[in-house]
Design a protein around this ligand. Structure first.
Ligand code: FEO
Length: 388
């Protein structure tokens, strides 16, 4: 079904209530949506982004229900297939449509979807296309989270169509955000999982948007923000250089040695009134871990030694932390070994992107003894003096 946003502006995308994973990697506990928007100008009609190919039929049906007989412009803000994948289907049904995208977007649409070059028109930053009474302006907002991403601004209505930027993986019947407390964690999870590595560029994108009056943000996942300040403020907070005095502890234990150290470490931090969040890597939702990495000051990974190196679950956590490039200021490692190993060195090597001060790790041989607990006390003191 289509839904009316304003006079001549409609939501025509699809809700994916049951999707559990994105990219076969990112958990989607609340499903998602692929939002597509139709704008009927007095002279021309534009469709902004399409839907995951599995939902092409829904998009076509929605356009048909709306009585759309021709599409002049098909705006592709982002070439990833959950938004671009139905472009070939739309072009089949509406062959007169010109695909509008960024310069990099053009190459990607041709490479990824084999869209004929002659159907694509490149637009520059702040170029304007007229639909008659309505005008679309294109704003370069790269790296949210691919290099080609742009946003589309509907000038008279002050609506920003931002695609992934500001999106949330949230399947909901609400067209507009009704409950900010529900949307906030979903939007933060989305930022954490794919945009955090580009924090500094996103900061620049937010600065670019400051020159626009924005009354509504219509992303391509999740509900529309009719109070855009809510999500703009949240993004300003996430991309800022500020960190919170929190310690994240992703850990895994095999025979209980690392577990004993981790428990003692957590209790000691709590005695110092420091917020601490442990994540048992044997059963963690990686999205929850990513959310915590957005603003925590400190990450301490707990790992036993397996075949001279870290436990593979700890390797995964270190790889993730390195890839997501959080603004973590302090990091350390606690863990254990049976006879020998290079667990600490290998974990540190896995995190070259982490611009964090590495605090002296604590590694016990077998079950921790008094000396090891004393070393944990020292690590807690190191952390406390830095973040309190
Ligand atoms: Fe929602 Fe980057 O695609």
């Amino acid at each position: 079904m289509f839904r009316k946003i304003k006079e001549n502006i409609f939501s025509v995308g699809a809700i994916d209530w049951n999707r559990k994973l994105f990219d076969e990697l990112i958990p989607l506990p609340d499903g998602t949506s692929y939002n597509s928007y139709l704008i009927k100008g007095s002279e021309k009609t534009a469709l902004i982004d399409t839907v995951e190919p599995k939902f092409s039929e829904d998009l076509l049906n929605n356009l048909s229900e709306l009585g759309v007989e021709n599409i002049d412009y098909l705006i592709s803000n982002h070439a990833e297939q959950d938004h671009s994948g139905s472009i070939p289907t739309i072009l089949e049904k509406y062959p007169e449509a010109t695909v509008i995208t960024s310069k990099k977007g053009k190459g990607m649409l041709i490479d990824l979807l084999k869209i004929p070059e002659e159907s694509v028109q490149v637009v520059e930053h702040q170029e304007v296309i007229s639909l008659g009474d309505e005008k679309l302006e294109f704003i370069d907002t790269p790296w949210v989270h691919w290099p080609e991403t742009m946003s589309t601004y509907l000038q008279q209505e002050n609506i920003l169509f931002s695609c992934d930027f500001f999106g949330s993986h949230l399947a909901t019947s609400d067209l507009f955000v009704e409950d900010e407390a529900e949307v906030y964690p979903a939007a933060k999870r989305y930022y954490a999982e794919i945009m955090m590595p580009f924090r500094k560029i996103i900061k620049g994108n937010l600065a670019k948007l400051e020159e626009y009056d924005i009354d509504m943000i219509a992303p391509s996942h999740g509900p529309i923000y009719n109070n855009p300040q809510f999500i703009l403020d949240a993004y300003q907070d996430w991309v800022s250089d500020e960190v919170k005095p929190e310690v994240i502890v992703p850990y895994v234990s095999m025979h209980g040695s690392t577990d004993k150290l981790v428990k003692y470490f957590i209790d000691s931090l709590m005695k110092e009134n420091i917020k601490v969040k442990p994540f048992d890597l044997a059963e963690v939702d990686l999205g929850d871990l990513a959310i915590s990495l957005v603003d925590a000051s400190t990450v301490v990974i707990g790992s036993p030694t397996v075949l001279t190196g870290p436990h593979p679950a700890a390797v995964y956590a270190a790889y993730l932390a390195n890839a997501l490039r959080p603004k973590t200021k302090y990091a350390s490692i606690i863990g254990s070994y049976g006879w020998a190993g290079k667990m600490v060195d290998k974990l540190v090597e896995l995190m070259p992107n982490l611009q964090a001060e590495i605090l002296e790790p604590v590694v016990a041989k077998g079950y921790p003894g008094e000396d090891d607990y004393a070393d944990i006390d020292r690590l807690v003191e190191d952390i406390t003096t830095r973040i309190k």
